[in-house]
Design a protein around this ligand. Structure first.
Ligand code: CUV
Ligand code: SF4
Length: 628
């Protein structure tokens, strides 16, 4: 299991990353790759899931070779330990997405009550559609309707009897499978809390029972917290539509004030983007010698503002430190999740201001300006004003922005995809039926220093589109694809003949950007809509998911809700479960009998592609469609 730390060219396939990592070395600064190398060898017990520190009779470790202890102090065996550890990962991931969603619910309520100046209901038509699903009376005035929707969504977090509202988007056959397994998700907070309860020492000690609750917790994320986050972000800030933008560290501008928006929630970044358009700040920037004000995104906050505003993307997870190393960043603004605690140190090595904005997420060496719905607009202004003033402190001698921007097309919400096809799922289904498009795969998830940065994403995706498989992406994977040029309509040339023809006819790329990680809810929503239109269950569709370079608890949760929703999911990095044969067997096989889908683990992206192609052709055969 041991892996050497990555150095030199094996860090990344991206030239901009390699150039800035080199600059870090020259300046004596350390980044994620240096720290990863310093951690080698990492703990083999932990990698296998065979360590536990849930209680203080421990910590305990079990011997994978059967020689040392096979039980923790409490008596937990490998199956129990591994299942509990995985379950806790899933609970943390579900909590993260869902708490993000909660912040949007609170903001929606504040908007409805006139307490959130600057925020508005940008897509009232979507408000109508979502409110109708929640049973809000259709004839209410718009603010009243928003209020009722916010209150109804708050109930989704609590002790809700029955099931989460958005699960009604699924075919009845899927809900039936969940009922049979007892994993129909109830309240979002309920599932997370129950998962933590059941993994306390001395509660649930049946590995299968634990894993079922882990799946239910994950479903409460996918069809609850994450879907609420996505739908409310669209209502508040607009449902994305196709637009042109760029990616690479080269989107930073040497002659402008650069502000980086990093994290996951658009609540603050939307206000920063708004404030950056005010003529007085632009004027002040010019007075200070800057040619203008340039916003760039990182990670999923970047994906949010890219999808809706076309703000260019500076990079994904492993670029967050490197962006500061350009010496050209006046301010890095973060909200929460996937933000490295090292950023404050690096910012302090330059003139960069590092703003934290969530009372939930404070960092060392940061300037903390807490967000509330009431003060968000003002907060955006204060950040932009300070960033502009900071331009005067930049040291031009230390500025280094390697790489040129790469064009990309973004903004493919479910609504936009269906609109591009004429408003219904039929044309997409027909293309799949005739075999022009063999199927669709969500390639999603993070970067992880265990994998050469972006190699997994780009290699897998190129192979899939070559096989006429449409790729839908979110998160860090989307940034990798954009930088590789795969999100330009011209990338149709790299697709197989059938997919290429569809792309050319519609003027779209073969890799469609569906947004941030919570927007994986868009992918499962689209899958559910296709299944409904065909009158089948999701697991019968020629679709799959992959997370070639995942690292986070959130990604573990996404994988679990994808599988529980019926989508075969290939992981490029093994989760810490291999210490239990039974848990591993359940995840890689056993789930199929009950859910029609399971996981696979395949670090080699070319082989992962082969697995997926075979899966898709099998599913085509199952539907009686022409198969290769
Ligand atoms: Ni969630 S995809 S590192 S930023 S979870 Fe964060 Fe988006 Fe992974 Fe990337
Ligand atoms: Fe050890 Fe059991 Fe406590 Fe875990 S819960 S630390 S296995 S005693």
């Amino acid at each position: 299991m041991e892996q050497a730390g990555r150095t030199g060219k094996s860090c990344s396939i991206q030239a901009d990353s390699l150039a800035l990592q080199e600059k870090a070395t020259q300046e004596g600064l350390s980044t994620v790759w240096d720290r990863f190398a310093a951690q080698q060898p990492q703990c083999g017990f932990c990698e296998l899931g065979l360590s536990c520190r849930i209680c203080v009779m421990g910590p305990c470790r079990l011997d994978p070779f059967g020689e040392g202890p096979q039980r923790g102090v409490c008596g937990a065996d490998a199956d129990i330990m591994v299942a509990r550890n995985l379950a806790r990962m899933v609970a943390a991931g579900a909590a993260s997405h869902s708490d993000h969603g909660r912040d949007l619910v609170e903001t929606l309520l504040a908007v409805a009550e006139g307490k959130a100046p600057g925020y508005q209901l940008t897509d009232p038509a979507k408000l109508d559609r979502v409110a109708a699903q929640f049973g809000v009376a259709p004839d209410l005035p718009v603010l009243e309707k928003a209020r009722e929707l916010a209150l109804a969504m708050m109930e989704e977090y609590g002790i809700k009897k029955g099931h989460l509202t958005f699960t009604r988007r699924l075919p009845p056959a899927r809900l039936e499978k969940w009922r049979n397994l007892g994993i129909t998700p109830r309240g979002v907070d309920w599932e997370v809390t129950e998962m933590l309860h059941r993994t306390h020492m001395g509660v649930d000690n049946d590995p299968v029972n634990l894993l079922l609750q882990a799946l239910r917790t994950a479903l409460a994320d996918g069809w609850g917290g994450s879907m609420i986050a996505t739908e409310l972000s669209d209502i508040l800030f607009g449902t994305p539509t196709p637009r042109a933008s760029q990616a690479n560290i080269g989107v930073l501008k040497a002659d402008q004030v650069n502000i980086i928006l990093h994290g996951h929630n658009p609540l603050v970044s939307e206000m920063v983007a708004r404030a950056a358009q005010e003529p007085r700040v632009l004027e002040r920037a010019r007075q200070l010698g800057a040619q203008g004000l340039n916003l760039a995104g990182l990670c999923c906050t970047g994906n949010e503002v890219l999808m809706r505003r076309g703000i260019p993307m500076a990079g994904n997870h492993l670029v967050q430190e490197l962006a500061l190393l350009t010496g050209a960043v006046e301010a890095m603004v973060v909200d929460y999740q996937c933000i490295m605690p090292s950023l404050g140190d690096l910012a302090a090595c330059y003139h960069t201001l590092f703003f934290t904005t969530s009372p939930k997420a404070k960092f060392p060496k940061a300037t903390h300006l807490p967000f509330t719905p009431e003060t968000g607009e003002d907060l955006g202004r204060r950040i932009v004003v300070q960033a502009v003033e900071n331009f005067a402190r930049r040291d031009p001698a230390r500025v280094y922005i390697p790489g040129a921007p790469v064009a990309q097309m973004t903004g493919f919400s479910v609504e936009a995809i269906l609109a591009a096809l004429g408003g219904t799922p039929e044309p997409l289904l027909n293309a799949i039926k005739t075999g022009q498009i063999r199927g669709a795969v969500g390639v999603v998830g993070c970067n992880n220093p265990r994998v050469t940065q972006d190699y997994g994403h780009v290699t897998l995706t190129k192979e899939l589109i070559r096989n006429d498989i449409l790729v839908l992406d979110t998160g860090c994977a989307a940034v990798a694809h954009a930088k590789a040029g795969l999100k330009q309509p011209e990338a149709a040339a790299q697709a197989g003949p059938g997919l290429a023809a569809v792309c050319r006819a519609l003027g779209i790329p073969p890799v469609l950007h569906m947004g941030s990680c919570v927007d994986n809810a868009r992918i499962i929503h689209l899958a559910a809509a296709l299944a409904q239109a065909l009158g089948v269950d999701v697991d019968q569709l020629p679709v799959a998911a992959a997370a070639p370079e995942w690292y986070s608890e959130k990604a573990a949760t996404i994988g679990c809700y994808a599988v529980a929703s019926g989508v075969f999911t290939v992981l490029g990095v093994a989760p810490p479960v291999l210490g239990s044969k039974n848990v591993t067997e359940l995840l890689l096989n056993g789930l199929t009998a009950h859910l029609g889908a399971c996981f696979a683990v395949e670090p080699d992206p070319a082989r992962a592609a082969a697995l997926i192609v075979r899966h898709i052709e099998d599913k085509r055969r199952g539907l009686g469609l022409e198969a290769r």
